[in-house]
Design a protein around this ligand. Structure first.
Ligand code: ATP
Ligand code: MG
Length: 259
């Protein structure tokens, strides 16, 4: 599949010959340098942006319009500002025109799970960036979709909440075996959560390498210290380094400095 954007002063190629198959129930992460086309790929997979050439199919069905049976959590948590937290979480159920009643309890359970139990009646403007992402994650999970499409869903979270949500996502995934496509800037997060990690090249994005992560589950954060874990992370960093790009991610970020 490929994608070109007409930017007004020229056409840029964002994706070039990307081909990726997810197995049913698989957890696959994509890492790659900033601007390589990861979000573009996700938008195409979700049916929100058309590919210039090539197709996406979910099961046997080609994607030709926005998919409604997937859980979607994107980079900038887009909540509806005029809807309260609980109403935002329930949105996919409304879109599917299902009875809201049984889902209210589930929405509250999910919100409690991410520490947002006391916020269900707040409006998005009353929340921090990390809180908005938590709400977006609950919204992605509310209708128990078989497929989760997540573009840096934890990017705005502090390190501890992020680890907590990683564990919760792993639990949810193990219980329900959803097929997950996750984009992340954190190599650690990718290795920790995934069955396979696809490494994308700088723009125009291609799949440069796929690393199968053969580590037992359920995984705990002790595993991060294990030599095998280090070997997988190093392999992925080597691919980045081969382009002269260094992996960005919480574990690699220099501390912020005030000017
Ligand atoms: N709507 C658009 N119109 C024109 N160019 C676009 C558009 N969306 C993205 N691009 C360009 O396509 C390329 C890929 O963008 P994309 O957002 O997919 O990258 P990314 O890998 O998600 O980056 P990041 O890691 O920073 O989120 C970039 O060069 C970007 O400037
Ligand atoms: Mg992006």
């Amino acid at each position: 599949m490929s994608k070109e954007y007409d930017t007004g002063d020229g056409v840029i190629r964002a994706l070039d010959g990307v081909s990726l198959d997810l197995d049913d129930g698989e957890f696959l992460s994509i890492v790659g340098p900033s601007g390589c086309g990861k979000s573009t790929l996700m938008l195409i997979a979700a049916g929100l942006v058309p590919a210039t050439s090539g197709t996406v199919t979910i099961g046997v069905t080609p994607v030709s319009r926005p998919v409604t049976n997937a859980g979607i959590a994107f980079q900038d948590a887009t909540l509806y500002e005029w809807r309260r937290v609980l109403e935002n979480v329930l949105l996919p159920v409304e879109i599917q025109r299902r009875d809201l009643k049984p889902f209210r309890r589930r929405a509250r359970e999910l919100l409690a799970m991410v520490g947002m139990a006391d916020f269900e009646r707040k409006y998005p403007f009353q929340l921090s960036g990390g809180m908005r992402q938590r709400v977006a994650l609950c919204r992605a999970l509310i209708h128990d979709p078989p497929l989760l499409l997540m573009d840096e869903p934890f990017g705005a979270l502090d390190a501890l909440s992020r680890e907590q949500l990683n564990l919760e996502l792993q639990d949810l995934w193990q219980q329900n075996r959803k097929t997950v496509l996750l984009i992340t800037h954190s190599i650690q997060e990718a290795v920790f959560l995934s069955d396979r990690v696809a490494v994308m090249s700088p723009r125009p994005g291609r799949i440069a390498e796929i690393v199968a992560i053969d580590l037992p589950r359920p995984r705990t954060f002790d595993l991060i210290e294990a030599p095998e874990f280090g070997r997988y992370s190093r392999r992925i960093r080597e691919v980045f380094a081969s382009w002269g790009v260094f992996a960005r991610g919480p574990e690699r970020q220099a501390p912020a400095r005030a000017r």
